[in-house]
Design a protein around this ligand. Structure first.
Ligand SMILES: [Zn+2]
Length: 148
């Protein structure tokens, strides 16, 4: 959990560090999820230049997958608002949510199907959840690969 900071002590560097934390790459949950997808026979691409920088991309099926951090993307089960400087955090986390919705819409407009999985689904060590998340991606990717 990030340490809450007062707005007035936010330097530009700190702000940009916070921004990058929203979409940090190669987090442990993300790696775990990627390994599970690979083990399930799915072949994906990373670092594809698309709006919102999806974590995992299936080019042929046009499926973009995001692994959303529970804190930064306000997961309904684990979202917390830091009590210090609460207003600033609330605005920030609300903006993140709005950005996610915007990215979903932009990608959909470009013909991509967006799947979002929570960090807690794929990184919590709960095999059931990880398997379900993999199955969800697998079903969609398979279906969309056959459509052409
Ligand atoms: Zn969560």
């Amino acid at each position: 959990m990030p340490t809450p900071l007062r707005t007035d002590v936010h330097t530009a560097a700190q702000r940009s560090k916070n921004m990058s934390a929203v979409r940090s790459r190669n987090t442990k949950p993300e790696l775990q999820f990627r390994h599970a997808l690979y083990a399930a026979g799915l072949r994906y691409r990373l670092n594809v230049q698309l709006p919102g920088k999806p974590d995992i991309v299936f080019i042929r099926a046009r499926v973009a997958v995001f692994v959303d951090g529970c804190f930064w993307h306000s997961c309904p089960t684990h979202s917390t608002y830091p009590k210090t400087n609460a207003m600033w955090w609330e605005r920030k986390l609300t903006r993140n949510k709005q950005r996610d919705l915007h990215v979903n819409a932009v990608l959909a407009g470009l013909g991509w199907l967006v799947l979002r999985v929570w960090e807690h689904e794929v990184g919590g060590g709960e095999q059931g959840d990880l398997k379900c998340a993999v199955a969800r991606v697998q079903a969609v990717v398979r279906a969309r690969s056959c459509q052409k």
